[in-house]
Design a protein around this ligand. Structure first.
Ligand code: FAD
Length: 702
């Protein structure tokens, strides 16, 4: 029930909506990407195993053209480095294709009294498994990250004094979030591409790195180049090319294809498999984010922020078409249920402890259970939430104070969720309309999905990996700890995009001249032999079989609910699959699928690496943290439901000691080995005296 005093009517809301001209909404949602012309085919070729293989050369090769990779390209180019970017899909990947109601960029606040970088850094690493120093460089670097993007034309909203507008996001005490709307990261890719093209950056579109070629010189292993599949290449049937480089930046995004239930766009394999094959260490791969979104079988999109803050009706539908008010089995009254729906807006990632005390992750568990039971789950913006108990209608006058204040402050006390959404974020409606769902007319199906991997390739604070000359940035890199504020992923990619450019430029001053790479031909020969062996290989599993097996296993046993037994069993199965593929290879029936063959071979490594780390963590007493509840009858915490028996979700608590270390995964003779690395949390920052620091800076820059 609504009251006249506190609510406005639909007509007024429509005025609000109409007052933003359609062309402005279009600019922020229908983002036109620049036309990109790839470089001319190289005339430099070699003959290997009967095939002509084109050779490309550059100083630095950036693999991947998401927001992180393109920032590195721009920063390297500006520093006079001969950089080449090779990318599977120029405008594929999460930056170009993903978002949410207000896709978030997290950076130091510049409004009012400004920010405090030490507090910022502390909040970044507060979830554990992250060095303070890494958090600090991300905090300090965020000003430059944002300033650079604004200079390139990113339309971040600001007030008339120039302060960027801010709001509060997940794990964010200070309100450091900002946004350009649903498509922040796509707009970032656009302005970075515009800049890269203006600078004349060299680009190889439709080109996937499939193997890092490294060489040991004087006891140190160096990157010598990358074998890639360049789809337009016709001089050999597989499109195999070799790219010589002195430095390599892996900016290939996250391993979105690991899970069946996923909100990543299609074809996000990432580069963790290439890294593992080259012996490069990974870290924190146990840490991911899961939450509600529309699945990628439809339009994969995150459902945080205003999508839930407007408190739509949430229901499921069983196979007979019955609509079920399933939240009534979890929350005790209407106010509790709607307040927790609202809180998914800024407590978006699932977190085990938030299942307790009827908190916001009980909502996630409820959705997860409906999915498990085979029921479809929907958000309906045309109706208010149903009551949990009789005579307990939804009312804007009976909300938790924070919920009520939020709606009031945004002048959004309207009768219906759709009108509240129109007032607060018309772009959120526009976006789904563009992709075939009109929220003003129909409900929206959603699910619990995997969205982000916090871990990845182990890097230092300059983005350097465990292999000399190899750097990693963006989601491919394991720069985050157990938790991260929403928007910190995009910031990290920008900060490290610049830091690797600085590091590569500086390394030129002291780099020793390496002899011409000696093992390119042998590596290519081996790769070509593998490619040939995939073709019509009836002995081996097909790509579809491998994909289904991996994705099913990861979603069933390594999602938000894990048990020691299930993870151990999943690990054994993942090991068997990897061994089978090592022995028998992969089956493809067309030369054009060779790239997929390599990618899915890589995914067998990635899934085994993740399960090895997770299994090690649980076996060593690791409890529920980040995205996963580690469930066991011996657990000390158990969520309560309003009638629903949730004893199966009794979970083990996080051990404080686990926050103090990172788990590092390295390839070993039989799969993967785990090492622990102590986290350094000592804030070691002090003000450098200008004259004392200036000289050393000038020398380092050369
Ligand atoms: C639905 C959704 C919502 C999100 N919302 C937010 C948010 O609000 N804030 C936030 O900070 N983060 C968010 N994230 C996470 C964030 O979008 C990603 O972490 C970030 O965009 C990754 O950028 P990237 O440049 O590292 O990788 P990507 O943008 O994924 O780019 C990777 C690139 O590498 C290419 N590539 C892959 N493999 C290879 C190869 N072998 N060789 C050559 N090229 C290759 C791909 O084609 C692609 O061009 C969200 C993610 C999703 C899925």
């Amino acid at each position: 029930m609504s009251t006249e005093a506190t609510t406005a009517n639909s007509e007024e809301t429509k005025d609000g909506f109409d007052s933003i001209p359609q062309e402005i909404l279009d600019r922020l949602t229908r983002v036109d990407m620049p036309k990109v012309k790839g470089i001319d085919p190289s005339e430099d070729t070699i003959e290997v195993a009967g095939l002509t293989v084109p050779i490309y050369r550059c100083e630095t090769l950036v693999l991947g053209s998401g927001a992180a990779g393109m920032r590195a390209v721009v920063e390297l180019h500006r520093r006079g480095i001969d950089v080449l970017v090779a990318s599977t899909g120029l405008f594929a990947g999460t930056s170009a294709c993903s978002g949410s109601d207000k896709q978030t960029l997290y950076s130091a606040s510049t409004d009012y009294k400004g920010d405090n970088f030490v507090n910022y850094a502390k909040s970044l690493c507060s979830g554990g498994a992250m060095n303070f120093s890494t958090a600090y460089v991300e905090a300090v670097g965020s000003n430059d990250a944002v300033g650079g993007l604004q200079f390139m034309g990113l339309p971040l909203p600001h007030d008339d004094q120039g302060a960027v507008l801010r709001y509060q996001t997940d794990h964010d005490e200070a309100g450091r979030a900002t946004s350009c709307g649903p498509r922040t990261s796509k707009l970032m890719v656009k302005v970075l591409f515009d800049e890269a093209l203006t600078l004349g950056a060299r680009i190889l579109p439709s080109c996937s790195g499939i193997q890092i070629v490294k060489e040991e010189i004087d006891g140190v292993e160096y990157v010598r180049g990358v074998i890639a599949i360049h789809r337009p290449e016709k001089r050999n049937e597989y499109g195999i090319v070799f790219i010589h480089c002195e430095d390599l930046v892996i900016a290939t995004g996250g391993p979105g294809e690991l899970y069946r239930d996923s909100v990543y766009p299609h074809h996000c394999h990432g580069g963790l498999g290439i890294a593992l094959e080259a012996g490069v260490a990974l870290t924190n791969v146990t840490e991911s984010q899961f939450g509600i979104g529309t699945p990628r079988t439809t339009f994969p999109w995150n459902l945080s922020g205003t999508y839930v803050q407007v408190m739509p009706r949430v229901y499921s539908v069983d196979e007979d078409g019955n609509e079920i008010n399933f939240l009534a089995r979890y929350y005790r009254n209407t106010r509790e249920s709607v307040s927790n729906t609202f809180r998914k807006g800024y407590q978006w990632p699932y977190h085990s402890t938030r299942m307790l005390d009827y908190g916001s992750s009980l909502f996630d568990l409820a959705v997860y259970q409906e999915q498990k039971a085979g029921r479809k789950v929907y958000l309906d913006f045309l109706r208010n939430p149903e009551p949990i108990n009789e005579d307990e209608e939804f009312s804007l006058d009976d909300l938790d104070p924070d919920v009520r204040a939020y709606l009031e402050n945004n002048d959004a006390l309207f009768d219906l969720p759709i009108d509240r959404l129109r007032r607060m974020n018309p772009l959120a409606i526009e976006l789904y309309r563009m992709h075939g769902t009109d929220l003003c007319k129909e409900p929206l199906e959603f699910a619990m999905n995997n969205q982000h991997m916090n871990g990845g390739i182990l890097i230092d604070d300059w983005g350097k990996t465990s292999l000399s000359g190899c750097y990693s940035i963006g989601e491919a890199a394991g720069s985050h700890g157990v938790t991260r504020p929403g928007g910190a992923a995009l910031n990290s990619g920008q900060v490290f995009g610049k830091r690797v450019a600085v590091a590569i430029k500086r390394s030129k001053l002291e780099k020793k001249e390496l002899p011409e790479a000696a093992n390119v031909v042998s590596s290519l020969a081996q790769c070509i032999e593998t490619a040939k062996s995939f073709m019509g290989n009836g002995e081996a599993k097909t790509i579809n079989e491998i994909r289904s097996e991996i994705q099913e296993r990861m979603s069933e046993h390594a999602g938000i609910v894990c048990t020691q037994e299930n993870v151990a069993m999943a690990l054994e199965d993942a090991k068997s699959l990897r061994k089978e593929i090592e022995e028998k290879g992969v089956q493809i029936n067309s030369a054009s699928l060779v790239g997929s063959g390599f990618r899915w071979r890589h995914m067998t490594l990635v899934s085994e690496a993740v399960l090895t780390a997770l299994s090690y963590y649980i076996e060593n007493g690791g409890g529920s943290r980040g995205a996963r509840a580690i469930c066991s009858p011996e657990g000390t915490q158990c969520p309560d439901g309003n009638g629903e028996d949730l004893s199966a979700f009794r979970f083990i608590e996080e051990q404080a000691k686990d926050r103090d270390e990172k788990l590092v995964v390295k390839p070993s003779s039989d799969g993967f080995a785990i090492e622990t690395m102590k986290v350094d949390l000592s804030p070691d920052v002090s003000r450098e005296f200008f004259e004392k620091g200036w000289g050393p800076y000038l020398i380092k820059e050369g």
